[in-house]
Design a protein. Structure first.
Length: 237
């Protein structure tokens, strides 16, 4: 692939990392996710897992059958056949996420607003303004990794991470945004919470309802609606 800004390198003895560096980040994102989907569909013997991110994918192999050279050749052929202009999802699903923003100063909304030179209301408005494309799934529990809201500056992480972030927390950091589907430690500033359950451990299929390429939109709610919706599951509209 001499003409493509794509590198395939070993990552230990049983995995390879495919990284794309196109001038347009959208192209890099589409390539690694289209590659991941093709690998899932191809069911190449020995490939146990494909983890795509924003611009790279890790392809893991069974230790007893690992052949990195053969996998690299197969990946090169597969990448040559990808149409980078093709949308990742022709019919993305849309999800509306109700959010009770932190106007009671229980979390970090005021600190984020002060650092941005904005009011808490302005930060909430900007956060709820865009349609967010799910870029990839992160930790914990399939967090939807999203491009961040159009704030003036990147949002610093907390100086001291929390040992426990409850499920349903809505957070921002840098130029990213996400929801916490499962309780875990975390260092991102929390600006609100959703009453909806995102993670479904009883599901026979994917544990979260969205996938890369789907679209999320946040909707401000008040305490009464939060209480009324508590425990409902996030679902596509």
């Amino acid at each position: 692939m001499p003409s493509l800004p794509v590198t395939i390198v070993a990552s230990g003895a049983t995995a390879v990392r495919v990284a794309a560096a196109f001038e347009d980040p959208e192209t890099s994102w589409r390539l690694v996710h289209q590659l991941a989907r093709r690998l899932d569909e191809a069911a190449i013997p020995g490939v146990t897992c494909v983890i795509p991110t924003y611009d790279a994918a890790l392809v893991e192999l069974r230790p007893d059958t690992a052949d990195l050279a053969a996998l690299t050749r197969a990946l090169e052929i597969m990448i040559d056949g990808i149409d980078f202009g093709e949308p990742l999802t022709r019919h993305p699903r849309h999800f509306e996420v109700p959010v009770l923003y932190d106007f009671d100063d229980e979390l970090d909304l005021r600190g984020v607003a002060d650092a941005q030179g904005l009011s808490r209301e302005e930060v909430a408005r900007l956060h709820a303004e865009p349609d967010y494309v799910v870029r990839c799934l992160g930790a914990p529990g399939g967090s939807p990794m999203l491009d961040g809201p159009p704030l003036p500056d990147p949002v610093p992480r907390l100086r001291s991470p929390r040992a426990h972030v409850p499920q349903g927390m809505v957070s921002v950091a840098g130029r990213q945004a996400t929801i916490t589907p499962a309780a875990a430690p975390g260092g991102w500033p929390l600006i609100g919470r959703t009453p909806l359950a995102v993670l479904d451990l009883s599901s026979d299929g994917p544990l979260v309802p969205y996938a890369p390429g789907d679209v999320l939109r946040f909707r401000p709610i008040d305490r009464a609606e939060f209480d009324a919706l508590r425990g409902s599951r996030l679902a596509a509209r």
